[in-house]
Write a protein that binds this ligand. Structure first.
Ligand code: FAD
Length: 400
């Protein structure tokens, strides 16, 4: 085995290439990416980069010379059109490249608003790529009006940036509450209050009937009301980029299916990051986070070299909104109880998710200590009693 090709030059692809060299792989590595920029980190796109507090160079995961120094052949601005697993080849345009092993790290694509609702109008944006953010950045001027469609983390972060920059922000969420898909009502309440305190209008249970464009954009809501805005940001989730894999006959189901080693249904093809659906506690899940992209990619690198080690995700996520840092440890799937632990200040607290007596996850707002101890408890498989969690005077560290 001497040529590993990596398809998708983002967080997972770049980590995988670096880890292969770190583990001493001496063969050829080719890293191919559709975007015409060095592999970069996405989280600041809806945070500091959008606020213009971070430069493009600071987004880069590794400097350009890293790839040359490590003999990683980087092909940027190149879209791979097809994979031929039988021939072990990938095709870009008319060019064919043979591989011995292939890693798919193709990420995800934001769900677009249907064109029938005005999703293709000028002034309607999604936030996934650097190019998306560069395109919409000039719209962020004080006094302008923006509609954010979707109350998940990306929509809320974009709303926070816009409010901080002095825009008039309305956020609509079709579900009964913001963050419904990912967090408990207690966390939704916290962020609803935070945004309200910063002047953002949040409308929950509010469907979009359609957008139409004159000088401004007219927003028609499902309750029959209308309002005008200058531009629209759509944050209604993503779909895994599994089309190439599916067309090549690799098993996919809302993501590229991988086993605990990160191997797909084709023995020479692996997948990691947002595009992969992996086994976790008896279910197949996708994890859209930087930590998973790095850890899974590194596990796949080791397994491509024969480690045969299971990848066990240690879910971790964060979000920055105004002066609040949210840190999440664990996965709250199927929780049946939430316990609040008060923090040192009004905005500091943490929400602890349980299923029965088992601690599943922690949402910590401006509470890095609760986050750290919660993460360690979850990783150790230990569950504090709910009354210990609720008592801020109780030292949870004593349980570790
Ligand atoms: P990506 O980083 O998306 O890389 C995939 C790459 O593959 C892309 O560059 C794509 O162009 C390329 N590609 C796809 N198809 C092809 C093809 N056919 N040919 C060539 N190239 C192709 N996570 C957190 O943990 N915390 C956060 O606070 C956070 N904030 C976020 C904010 C935003 C705005 C976004 C968009 C994401 C955020 N995330 C956050 C999620 C995190 O960034 C992703 O989980 C992570 O980037 C996934 O890495 P990846 O390598 O799987 O995919």
């Amino acid at each position: 085995m001497n040529h590993i090709a990596i398809l998708g030059a983002g967080q997972a692809g770049s980590s995988l290439a670096a880890k292969l060299r770190g583990l001493g792989f001496g063969g050829r590595i080719t890293l191919i990416g559709e975007e015409d920029t060095l592999p970069y980190q996405r989280p600041p796109l809806s945070k500091k980069y959008l606020m213009k507090e971070m430069t493009l160079e600071q987004l880069h995961l590794r400097p350009e010379r890293f790839y040359a120094d490590n003999d990683i052949s980087l092909h940027l601005g190149r879209k791979v059109d097809a994979i031929d697993p039988a021939m072990r080849q990938i095709r870009f345009g008319e060019e064919l490249l043979s591989y011995d092993q292939l890693a798919l790290t193709t990420g995800a694509t934001p769900r677009a608003l249907p064109a029938a609702l005005g999703g293709d109008l000028p002034g309607v944006y999604v936030v996934r790529n650097l190019a998306d953010v560069d395109r919409m950045a000039p719209e962020f001027e004080a006094g302008r009006r923006v509609l954010v469609v979707g109350g998940g983390y990306i929509g809320l972060e974009a709303a926070a940036v816009a409010a901080k920059l002095g825009l008039k922000v309305t956020l609509i969420e079709a579900a009964p509450r913001i963050l419904q898909r990912v967090a408990a009502p207690e966390t939704s309440d916290y962020f609803r209050g935070l945004h309200a305190g910063n002047g953002v209008e949040i409308l929950e249970g509010a469907g979009l009937a359609g957008l139409s464009r004159g000088e401004a954009i007219t927003v028609a809501l499902s309750d029959g009301s209308r309002r005008e805005v200058d531009f629209v940001i759509v944050g209604i989730g993503v779909a895994a980029n599994d089309g190439l894999a599916a067309a090549a006959g690799i098993a996919c189901d809302g993501g590229i299916l991988v086993d605990a080693h990160g191997r797909t249904s084709d023995a020479a093809i692996w997948a990691a990051g947002d595009c992969a659906r992996l086994p976790y506690r008896g279910q197949m899940i996708r994890l859209e986070s930087v930590q998973n992209a790095i850890d899974q990619a590194e596990a796949v690198a080791a397994n491509m070299l024969g480690a045969e080690a299971d990848y066990v995700p240690k879910p971790w996520f964060w979000s920055d909104q105004y002066d609040v840092k949210l840190q999440i440890a664990g996965l709250n799937m199927a929780f049946d109880r939430v316990v609040t632990r008060p923090g040192a200040s009004e905005k500091a607290r943490s929400h602890w998710y349980y299923r029965g007596d088992t601690l599943l996850a922690v949402d910590a707002m401006n509470e890095p200590r609760s986050y750290m101890v919660g993460k360690r408890l979850i990783e150790a498989g230990r569950s504090p009693l709910p009354e210990q969690v609720a008592d801020s005077a109780f030292d949870l560290k004593s349980l570790i």
